[in-house]
Structures are given as C-alpha cells and as structure tokens.
Design a protein around this ligand. Structure first.
Ligand code: ATP
Ligand code: MG
Length: 442
C-alpha cells in the first residue's frame, strides 16, 4: 500500500518510542479498491498522553480525547491518531458506556463495524486482516464484524453506514448482515437527527442509490415515515411505468451527485398521494402536488435539522419541479430575472432527472431541456440585466419628472421587463425617454 511520506514518518515516530502504529479503516479499504484515500487515520498502542509526548514538537489538538483521539498537525496536514480501543457495553443503542484502551491491534479491529473497514496496514509488517476484509472487498460484500444483531443493536448508526457503503461502493450487504439490519431498524430512532441526516446525505449521493432504496425501502421508511406512502403506490398515469417509490429512486439516481439535487428528487413527489384525483377516463392526476411536496419536504428537513439555506434551496426546486419550460430566449431571460440563474438551472436539472425516470416517451423531452439549460448558461455569461439593481437608471434619475410614488415603482419594473425582453436597450438615455413616455401615458 502506498502511503504519503508524512504518514510513514508519523508511524515511524511512534515506533521509535516503542509503540505500534497502523493506518486503518477507510483509507486501507479505499487503497485496496484502487481508489484515492481522502484521509489517513492512524491507530496506535500509545495512550493519548503518550502520543502527545511523541509529537510534542507539533501542534496537537485533543479532538476526541474521551475516545482516545488526538489530531496532530504534521507538516501542514491534520492526522487523527487514535489509541487502540475496546468498547464497553452499549446501553443507549448509540454510545459505549465506557471506552477502554488496549495495547492489542486485534481488539481495536474487532470493535470496527464491517470487515471491509477492519483492515490495518503497517509499512514494515504489511496488512493485518483478521476478518478477511480484503476478501470481502473482492466479493464486493458488506459484512459485520462479529454478530450482526449485536453490532446493530449496540449502535444503530451502523445500519445507515451499511446502506451508505452499499450505495457508494455498489457492494451487496451479506444476507445475515442484511437480516439483522432489517430486524434492528427501529433502533435508528435512537440515533441523533444530525447523524442520521449526515449519513442520509452521503447515502443518496451514492452512485448505486437506486438499488439500495429499492432493496431497503422499509429502512428508508423508518428514517422518513412520509416515504412509506410511496412504496407500492400505483400512480395510474400514462406517463409512469413504475410505482411512485420506484420512480423516486430512479429520479434520485439520475440527478447530479449533489446533495441538494438528490434531496430534491427524494422528496419531489412525496405529496402526490395527498393530491390524487381521477378523471372520467379513470386516469389519475396529481394537481398541486409540487407545492404540497415542498411543504412536506420542508417539515422533514426541519425534523432532520437540515440547515436553512439547504432546506430552502431544496424546497424551492421541489415547488417548481413540474413548471412548464419553453425553449425560447425570451422565456429564459424572463426566468433568469424572476428566479435567478442558479434556481432556473436547478429546476431544469430536476425536470431532466424526473423525465428520465418515467416512460421512455418522456425521455424525448430531455434534449430540449438540455438545450434550454445551455441557453441559460450562454445568456447568463453575457451578464444580462435581469434585476432592478442592474438597470441603467434608478429612482433618483426619474425623480426629476416623476414624483416618488407607487407609479415610480411600476415604471421601473416595466422598464426592467422591456430590457429583459430585449425590447429596449439598457442605456440611461433610452430608459429616461421611455420612462417619460410611460409616465405621460399614465
Ligand atoms: P469514509 O471516511 O470514506 O466515510 P470510513 O470507513 O473512513 O469511510 P469513518 O467514519 O471515517 O469511515 O470511520 C473510520 C473507521 O472507524 C471506519 O472505517 C470503521 O473502521 C470505524 N467506524 C466508524 N464508525 C463506526 C461505528 N459506528 N461503529 C464501528 N466502527 C466504526
Ligand atoms: Mg474516514
């Protein structure tokens, strides 16, 4: 395994003082998979005070001292070094009662969640893989270390971690681990909302999220009870060839891998069952579902302690996800003025994901939507005037011949509309003449 020079040096510093040290967890897994590790976690037999002493020449922060973790700022990077641990009993379904330090690597590896995360590596002694994690990486399998029921009942966050790794890596969850995870799913409520949401965000951004959503619908319904109405729901619509939940899972996976887009697609139709009506031909319609879905999503995201700006962005997209899109320059300019560039692009991206998850016929709309998106990018790059702020005149300029009043506001917004539509140029003299004309005609 190829390690950065600074990580090798940190391991050597600890070894020189008589301690053992290994890289562990995600970085070993990622490197065996041929992926680039994003950070390197080190496990050591040194106690936190001893680690601090070994690195007394560096800045050391006690980031999780109760759990034996210190962060060393070494040659410009922050590296977490954690003492080998054996977790005590878990009584609250999330945190061990006590944490005991150990001098044995095998203890530390046994407390880890999955075999693929239970591999250690040391440049001199090579891999330590007592639970055959490398084999499971080859088999593309997620398997608990130890007894799965016990491991999930100790810490229910592991249920979401299993789904997250499955969605991100495309690995299957091994049958016993799967059965235990489903059996223990009600314990998820013991996990803090913040932790649930942070795992959920990573899970839905996975490349293989659709499969996980479909296979583990009941776990999703445990996290977001409002989703249970979608599962098995027959939409009875000529545009759809799958249940509402399957459509949602497809739309999520087809959306760009960005948290806000994926969240928007996860909730975009959640209000449909509440808006159903049936026409004389027996076909169902869902008028107003975008607005209702946005309201439901807003409540769910508040529950999950989502930050306000992400929540507002997501709900804004949901509210407009079925808005009619026209492929004309005038339409795009008006939308940029009305909603802003970012929001308009987000709505088109949501419509693309949505259409890609319906009957094949609806996919024919996608090239038009892509072209409209390109048009928006082009128009925006020309820095068009789309707000009063960018208009070449303001209230002060008009004061000379229009007294400050509601009429003044009306005239300014009329000028903006005409500039946006390309009827007049955004030039001061042109606008002043036109303003006078509009005022005289009042
Ligand atoms: P990534 O950093 O890509 O999310 P990771 O596997 O490194 O993946 P972390 O959350 O950084 O995940 O955790 C580091 C390691 O700590 C894991 O590989 C695993 O060995 C262990 N671990 C993390 N969370 C738990 C948990 N809830 N229960 C048991 N072991 C855990
Ligand atoms: Mg990690």
């Amino acid at each position: 395994m190829k390690l950065p020079k600074s990580i090798i040096e940190i391991i050597e510093y600890l070894e020189r003082e008589g301690f053992e040290a290994y890289v562990v967890g995600g970085c070993v897994r990622d490197s065996i998979m041929g992926l680039v590790a994003h950070d390197y976690d080190i496990a050591t037999s040194a106690l936190p005070v001893e680690t601090k002493r070994v690195f007394s020449f560096c800045k050391v922060v006690e980031t999780g001292i109760k759990h034996g973790t210190v962060t060393v700022l070494y040659k410009g990077s922050c590296v977490e070094i954690t003492t080998f641990r054996v977790d005590g009993d878990y009584t609250d379904g999330r945190h061990p009662e006590s944490v005991d330090f150990s001098t044995r690597l095998s203890d530390d590896l046994s407390r880890r969640d999955f075999t693929i995360n239970g591999i250690a590596y040391n440049p001199k002694s090579g891999f330590s893989d007592p639970f055959y994690g490398a084999r499971d990486i080859t088999l593309r399998t997620i398997r608990c270390i130890g007894n799965p029921e016990k491991r999930f009942s100790e810490d229910a966050l592991r249920i979401l971690r299993a789904l997250r790794f499955s969605a991100v890596l495309g690995f299957e969850i091994e049958p016993k681990t799967k059965a235990a995870l489903i059996a223990e799913k009600s314990r998820i409520k013991l996990v803090s909302k913040e932790r649930i949401f942070s795992e959920l965000k990573r899970l839905i951004c996975g490349k293989y999220v659709k499969r996980v959503m479909l296979e583990y619908g009941e776990v999703f319904a445990e996290i977001i009870p409002e989703l249970s109405a979608e599962i098995g729901y027959d939409q009875n619509s000529k545009y759809h060839d799958s249940t509402l939940y399957e459509h949602t899972a497809r739309a999520v996976e087809n959306a760009p891998e960005e948290v806000y887009m994926r969240l928007a697609m996860l909730f975009h139709d959640i209000g449909k069952p509440q808006c159903r009506s049936t026409d004389e031909n027996g076909e169902c319609h869902y008028y107003g579902h975008a607005e209702i879905s946005a309201k439901i999503a807003d409540n769910i995201l508040r529950e999950l302690k989502c930050d306000n700006s992400l929540r507002e962005r997501v709900c804004g997209i949901i509210r407009l996800h079925d808005m009619p899109i026209e492929q004309s320059e005038k339409f795009v300019r008006r939308q940029l003025s009305k909603r802003g560039y970012e929001m308009f692009c987000d709505i088109i991206k949501a419509e693309i994901a949505d259409n890609s998850a319906k009957i094949p016929e609806t996919k024919k709309r996608i090239p038009m939507l892509l072209e409209t998106l390109e048009l928006a990018v082009k128009i925006n790059s020309e820095k068009p005037c789309v707000s009063l702020h960018a208009l070449a005149v303001n209230g002060n300029d008009l004061k000379a011949f229009i007294p400050p009043s509601a009429v003044m506001g009306e005239i300014l917004s009329k000028l903006l509309d005409e500039v946006v539509d390309g009827v007049i140029e955004n030039k001061k003299d042109v606008l002043l003449t036109r303003a006078r004309e509009l005022y005289d005609n009042k």
